[in-house]
Design a protein around this ligand. Sequence first.
Ligand SMILES: [Zn+2]
Length: 111
Amino acid sequence: MRAITVTPVRRMSCSRQASSGGDAWMVLAELARGAVELFASTSADRIRECAYDDCTRLYLDTSLGGTRRWCDMRLCGNRAKVAEFRARHNASRAGAGTRTGTGTSARRARG
Ligand SMILES: [Zn+2]
């Protein structure tokens, strides 16, 4: 099990300057305010859900083409690409097994 490290909460004041201290409700209120501003902004159509099946994160797609698929390439992107590689690899191995079987039956038919 991984240890969880708790770091001091930084509170954003209304002037958007970070300050130490404050309570969790202030932080949550500031997060809610930021979310409302983001959803109301012109960037709202760039809010996406991560394409990795086991991830529920949302992210703001700031890529030039708007084609970003994962919340983080190092985590979900890598996991998805490994899963795609394994699926292709297993499919090709299954296909190779079928071809071997066909070759065997063809040899039997000839012999
Ligand atoms: Zn993700």
